[in-house]
Write a protein of this length. Sequence first.
Lengths: 311, 372
Amino acid sequence: MNVLDIRGLTKKFGDFVAVDNISFKVGEGEIFGFLGANGAGKSTTINMICSLLQPSGGEIRILDRDIKTQSRFAKQSLGIVPQDLAIYEDMTAYENVSFFAGLYGLRGGQLKERTEEALAFVGLGDKAKSFPKTFSGGMKRRLNIACAIAHKPKLIIMDEPTVGIDPQSRNYILASVRKLNESGCTIIYTSHYMEEVEEICSRIAIVDHGKIIAEGTKEQLTATVTDVKDIVIELKTATGGEAERLTGLPGVRKASQEENVIRIHSDASVDNLNRILKRLMEGDSEIRAVEEREPNLEMVFLTLTGRNLRD
Amino acid sequence: MITWLITVKEIKQHFRDFRTFIFLLGFPIVLMLILGITLTNAFSSEMQLNDIKVLVRDSSSAGLSEAFKAFEKELGATGIAFEQLKPGEDGRKAIEDNRYTAYVEVSDAGMSQYGSSRSAIESNIVQGMLSTFADKYNAAAAVTRDGDPSKAELVFANAGSGDYVKELSIAADRSPGSMDYYAMAMTVMVGLWGAMSVGGLIRSEIVRGTGIRLLSAPIRRGEIYVGKVLGNVVANTLCILAIVFFSKWVFNAYWGAHLPVVFAVLVSEVIMATSFGIAANELVKGGGGRALVMLVVQLTSFIGGAYFPVDDSGVMGLVSWLSPIRWGNEALTNIVYGCNLAAAWPAIGLYLGAALLLLLATASMRRNKEGF
């Protein structure tokens, strides 16, 4: 059964088409990666699924029911972990989870039990009486998740749940996502960290300029990019501007630089490694390591959109 | 039930915001204290009288002269000084020179009084006393003419000793002192502050990001609004209750014997203020709505008599009726000092009517809008 079924979904803001006639399905038990650069239409789509925005056209069905006509049922089946923290700093962790769970109709003993369960699930059981203002960024992110899961939704939308947190909390959250999935939750997951998506998502859709430009498993998507390769060069020291010197070389589609690491997106058919290294050494760059990478999601994204996910 | 959940959350957050709580309670109490003390004299109903000195020229026959001397003696005990006109002295000139309050000429033909315009009140008091004396003397003379002198004594005896001036007032028995006035005015003003706190109700959810959770929950937008508005009304009403009882017990402000009716007026004011806050923030989005509310609250507080009593006469008197604070002040004054409970109805009617109009206007502006 499809937990989410989107058909011809469109959203216009005046003349601007933010989401352009997209269709996709998310099956029960999937972790569905929804990727797109800023402004691609990803958040607008999520907002429409959550009934925060009204579609200009198309249909959204959750558990086979149209959210327009059966909004209450759809909302009841949905849990949302927004990108920005959505918690009350002046209420304790327990009060936060309990309040939001209460909005879904939980009362009395059941509410107490589910609140405690959700807090324990994200590892905040011993912080129930603490105020979020005393929490670290990672703990707040975990509380953000607890507020979305206490009512046991069938479908959870996680919009960049690991943004801006330490690696330890990030690992904890990724493990929590897997556990939630194993317990029967279907998850829609968005992230700017491609490695996270590769690690946990069973199927992925890439959205660009309001349209879905690719959809499939990681293997299916990477198989589509046989004509490109990624070369990663690590320099001993970088003076800046090294990546710019590589543009224009035969086969080089894009070169970007983060400190002393240069990533080159290039045509697979062109044997240009020697030229690239020569150009760098002409500029007095000392090379520490060179790696030619297997096709991955980042490569797929760059090939299809011409942008990095974090652009 | 969900509405109540939101209401409880709002109340909890309202009182956990320590700075707002201090501002809501502390500011009016301090203002009440400062204005109440510094403007005490402006509310004093006591009148200061100068010493009363009466110059007398008595050329009457024995009967009247004797009675007048008794009158002088009796009033002398109350502090009014009578002096006889010295030979060669001009009584009227003495009045013109402001050396005496009044000059009285007593003769068998009657009594004449010349009063000083510079001591008009004191002069009027003397006139009233002389008039009373003349009435009693004439009554006694009439009785004596019937042939029974003992009845004449009865006339003076029944009149009661010193009963020459009777204090009558068309004003209420009690009128507000400065602390009473400011306790009432500040409380009514705090009621209007409900408009300021409501501005943050929706904005805070957007800023905190929690608006997304609220709107994606299986509840209607209307339930969220009603819950929040109720929370604001209850929280502000609790603040008002605190201010009323604080002023009553600490500043001894008089709140009359009909507190439930007083609270009914104040609660209806808070409902109106909350509705105004919602409408203003709907009309002007962002910080502009808050600024508009602040401006209107301060302006209406000023013209409505929150800081200084409003004079009923003139243009300002008319303009003051545009302020909801004036509606509340007027109603509460009548309820507290005139025991006129019916005075609550116009104020409650105006407040709730305005609230209804503002909410309808907001609903109309919100129609077909997405999000908050």
